[in-house]
Design a protein around this ligand. Sequence first.
Ligand code: DX5
Ligand code: ZN
Length: 219
Amino acid sequence: MSYKLAPSILSADFLHLGDAITMLNQSEADWIHVDVMDGVFVPNLTFGFSIIKQIKSVAKKPLDVHLMITQPERYIKDFKAAGADILTVQYEACTHLHRTIHQIKEEGMKAAVAINPHTSVSLLKDIISDLDMVLLMSVNPGFAAQKFIDHSITKLRELRTLIDEHQSKTLIEIDGGVSMENASLLLRKGANVLVAGNAVFNTPNPIETIHQFKTIIWE
Ligand code: DX5
Ligand code: ZN
């Protein structure tokens, strides 16, 4: 079995963002994870449309855009135009989640929902079959390099069961505090996609680190 690795450019050197994208193009990374924060849903601000457009112009891999913003439905077309391939909205930020998910799909993107550490997996029961992916936040969103919350393993097990019960192809993405130390456990418990920011970019040789991540044996 293979899994997808999505390095998060939140931990890249922003003075040399182009170099980071070139490195990811050359690496074994599968997707490029782009964390969009609005300073309201989370206490931090990051990238907007013009930066994502420029990233898209050089990226050779799908852009996995994670929106940590309120009312994300306002900007679905804009993120499509900027170059998002996979668009993730936060469960807690959506009043009409079903409509939002289908609007994302109608724009030709893969649709995903992220749940915060306090949000129960059981709340996804009635939407799970509509989702291309669920992103389990294993830290409180807002910042890179935080400590993995251990209870996320229990949630991962519950989510795997929910998806399997529905015989759904929904992927599970884990985001926050992922490292070489916990990656094999996460994959064993049924994760399909791992996001890694700090664990990739804050190493001496990120391209080699990505290779190590991609050659983990967990089965
Ligand atoms: C956190 C973001 C994450 C973050 C992960 O709010 O959603 O994608 O970049 O960073 P690490 O891997 O350093 O925990
Ligand atoms: Zn993220």
